[in-house]
Write a protein that binds this ligand. Structure first.
Ligand code: HEC
Ligand code: HEC
Length: 382
């Protein structure tokens, strides 16, 4: 707090306090002249005024609150707040800190979280036969706390955290078969994710559908965990400066040709010369991320361009715009906002939604009306 605001608060508090005390003392001392009949001689509308002492209970409350005011200054940072933090403390992250509304909030969030975590371990992990995760979760949160607290964390700490996170993947798969865990996961999804991915998780333009089996970053439990813990930023460069508008048109035509036999467009509508030119441009500039065959690469987050599933749209003009200006979809990180336990539940929910061709066990009904020809092969790095 700046010196100005600190002084401002201090002066106001003291003035207010002194004013009230002063008035009270003045009233107590004031002795009006009393007439023979015991009144002050003051009369209003037939009512005459006596000089009677203030009731004791009233005085007790009044003096009590004046003392309370002083006690408040001792306990909380109400006077010279830039110098005096008060003697009240709260526990945050294992440390005893002076009271501030911010610290109090954090402390309460922490204890609420503790209730959630205990409940998660007892009622969800244990019942889904996934108690093995408890140990990994404990050491994971310990490492995260070390990372948060230390200014120069050990170089390999982040790698160790990633390793621990990956250890949770098999338990996420178990949770994905537990109806209770999925219920909690679906609620968390509605609260945190539905704004972008839609309440049915089917996404929208720029926000991927999480119920198909088409993944930018991979659909294994470990991929989903990483996506949720760290967030993702799509990195499709802008191409107009590099390959020119003609290059953009050719490459777009080639992109369209990759998926045309899957969808509505027929090859006849495409400009064959442009497709051939585009093919060369593609191998030179795009294959690095999207793969030689255009089937995408989860390590680059580059989508499969052959399956007729579009993140930004498969219209000719949309594809051209994607190439001209690039794209950078942002998936926020959730580690610091939701914590490891809630992320496990969300990952399990997402994992359960996905329409995995190989696995027959699907707990929640999944609407499979999305236009999809033969189930697309899982996105692989080429
Ligand atoms: C602010 C909007 C936003 C919110 C909120 C959001 N996401 Fe995302 N999410 C995105 C975008 C955009 C992408 C695609 C990133 C890209 O284009 O590279 C994405 C990608 C993903 C992916 C990867 C999909 C793939 O194909 O690999 C998963 C999984 C995911 N989100 C799950 C979630 C979950 C679970 C939540 C809630 C905790 C959530 N998202 C909240 C915007 C959001
Ligand atoms: C550096 C890696 C990289 C290179 C090189 C690259 N892309 Fe991409 N591309 C991506 C990523 C990542 C996305 C997804 C962007 C997002 O999630 O926001 C993407 C998205 C796209 C899309 C949108 C697909 C959809 O579903 O809407 C098209 C089309 C595309 N790229 C075509 C190309 C073409 C053509 C080239 C070459 C001229 C190219 N890309 C080069 C990484 C790359």
């Amino acid at each position: 707090m700046t010196f100005f605001w600190s002084s401002w608060i201090t002066i106001l508090s003291i003035m207010c306090w002194a004013f009230i005390l002063g008035i009270l003392l003045m009233v107590l001392k004031y002795k009006p002249e009393v007439e023979d009949d015991g009144t002050t001689g003051h009369e209003y509308d037939g009512i005459r005024e006596y000089d009677k002492a203030l009731p004791k209970w009233w005085l007790v409350i009044f003096f009590g609150s004046i003392i309370w005011g002083v006690a408040y200054w001792v306990f909380f940072p109400g006077i010279f707040p830039s110098k005096w933090a008060g003697i009240t403390t709260v526990e945050v992250d294992g440390k005893t800190l002076p009271w501030t509304s911010h610290n109090e909030l954090n402390s309460e969030l922490e204890s609420n979280n503790k209730v959630f975590t205990d409940n998660f371990e007892k009622n969800i992990l244990a019942k889904a036969d996934a108690s093995g995760a408890t140990k990994s979760l404990a050491s994971l949160s310990e490492m995260q706390a070390t990372l948060r607290r230390s200014e120069t964390p050990p170089a390999d700490l982040q790698a160790k955290i990633d390793e621990k996170t990956a250890e949770l993947a098999p338990y996420v798969e178990k949770l994905a078969e537990n109806p209770n865990a999925l219920k909690v996961g679906s609620r968390l999804f509605l609260q945190n994710c539905a704004v972008c991915h839609g309440s049915n998780a089917k996404g929208a333009t720029g926000y991927p559908n999480l119920t198909d089996n088409d993944w930018l970053y991979g659909g294994e439990a470990s991929n989903i965990l990483t996506t949720l813990h760290k967030g993702r930023v799509g990195g499709m460069p802008a191409w107009r400066d590099q390959i020119g508008e003609d290059g953009v048109r050719a490459a777009s035509e080639y992109v369209l040709s990759l998926s045309s036999d899957n969808g509505s467009k027929s090859n006849d509508e495409l400009d064959k010369t442009l497709v051939t030119q585009g093919s060369a441009i593609f191998q030179q500039n795009c294959a690095l991320c999207h793969g030689k065959d255009g089937k995408g690469m989860i390590s680059a987050g580059a989508p499969n361009l052959t399956d007729n599933i579009w993140l930004y749209g498969g219209e000719r003009e949309t594809v051209r715009n994607t190439l001209r200006y690039g794209r950078a979809g942002v998936m926020p990180e959730w580690e610091t906002k939701l914590g490891n336990e809630r992320i496990m539940l969300l990952a399990a929910y997402i994992y359960s939604l996905s329409d995995k061709p190989a696995k027959a066990t699907k707990v929640l009904p999944v609407n499979t009306t999305a236009p999809k020809a033969a189930a697309p092969a899982a996105v692989t790095a080429s």
